[in-house]
Design a protein. Structure first.
Length: 331
């Protein structure tokens, strides 16, 4: 499933949102044929609600994708890793969501948003021991640009001469990082481990990323060593698949976790929103059914991002697959 992407609402969805009746449990979208059963109640039928909230994945259905600094091994030093680890120790998913919102919604630049964050959290204080030029790479989406500038600001405070270089996709910037043309890059534990594993062992290699952060970092470290990379500490901040409901429904049910939602919605009235592959992917509908025992009245085909977000707000779906750092979650 494509991550860190934003989608426009297709015309078909606009019509759906305009005509769908709130709380119409049991209606089927294009994915409705894959629903696990018919609704026998209305407890968790969709309702309108502007604010969206994430539900805790308390049984660890999703693969971890915590932010982690990737460093060229030749450029690594204790002062560099100490500075990057200071960022990891502070950065939370909520912080990252708010930073993205500052850029996307409040029209701040990534440079300004990063600088304000570093100042607010005292990350430039007490840094020392650095010297020499460091290029921090940032991919071409706001989250990566913000993180790259946060890293650069903290490295500059430690005495390095750090600059940010915008780059393309992983296939472009990873070789540059390995060649020491870029020295530091904000990466994602599960995604990079999977990518490096595919390069080293082929697409059919056993999975190295899971819901176990410690084990996934261990696997990433081993794979990184083989290609000249070392890593700082992973941060609590994660950009990964997650599930959200609107706050109105969450408050009505008194739920904060997926397990609590499953218990509250045993009548089968939940309507799930997710991309076309959701009914077949283990982290989406099958995972919710097998791991949490959820039952669905229907499943609506919706792209991650604006389509799912608006469907949750308008009361078309009860629960939707989202990205954990979507700026709508900061509102």
């Amino acid at each position: 499933m494509q991550r860190r992407a934003r989608y426009l609402i297709p015309l078909a969805l606009s019509a759906l949102l305009a005509t769908a009746a709130c709380g119409d449990s049991g209606s089927s979208g294009t994915g409705g044929g894959n629903a696990s059963g018919n609704a026998s109640g209305e407890a968790c039928a969709p309702v309108q609600g502007e604010k969206l909230v994430l539900l805790e994945d308390d049984k660890h259905l999703q693969t971890v994708d915590n932010v982690i600094p990737a460093v060229n091994a030749q450029a690594s030093s204790p002062a560099l890793l100490e500075s990057l680890n200071a960022v990891s120790a502070e950065l939370t998913t909520e912080d990252l969501t708010n930073l993205i919102s500052a850029v996307n919604d409040q029209r701040q630049s990534a440079v300004d948003a990063a600088s304000a964050y570093v100042d607010e959290h005292g990350l430039a204080t007490g840094r020392s021991g650095g010297s020499g030029a460091i290029i921090v790479g940032g991919a071409n989406f706001p989250e990566s640009q913000i993180l790259a500038n946060v890293y650069a600001d903290v490295l500059n405070a430690a005495g390095f001469q750090a600059t940010v270089q915008s780059v393309g996709n992983r296939e472009t910037y990873l070789p540059a990082l390995q060649r020491n043309e870029i020295q530091v890059f904000p990466e994602y534990v599960g995604t990079l481990a999977t990518f490096l594993n595919g390069q080293a062992n082929g697409p059919d290699a056993p999975a190295v990323a899971s819901s176990d952060l410690t084990k996934t970092v261990e696997n990433l470290t081993t794979l990184g060593t083989q290609v000249g990379l070392v890593f700082g500490e992973p941060s609590p901040a994660a950009d990964q698949n997650a599930f959200a409901i609107n706050k109105t429904l969450a408050d009505d049910l008194g739920v904060t976790t997926l397990s609590e939602l499953a218990d509250a919605c045993s009548d089968g009235s939940l309507v799930l929103g997710g991309p076309p592959e959701c009914p077949e992917r283990p982290f989406c509908q099958p995972g919710l059914e097998d791991t949490y025992g959820m039952k669905f009245a229907s499943v609506e085909d919706l792209d991650i991002g604006a389509p799912t977000n608006e469907a949750l707000q308008r009361g078309v779906v009860s629960i939707g697959l989202v990205l954990s750092t979507d700026p709508v979650l900061a509102k």
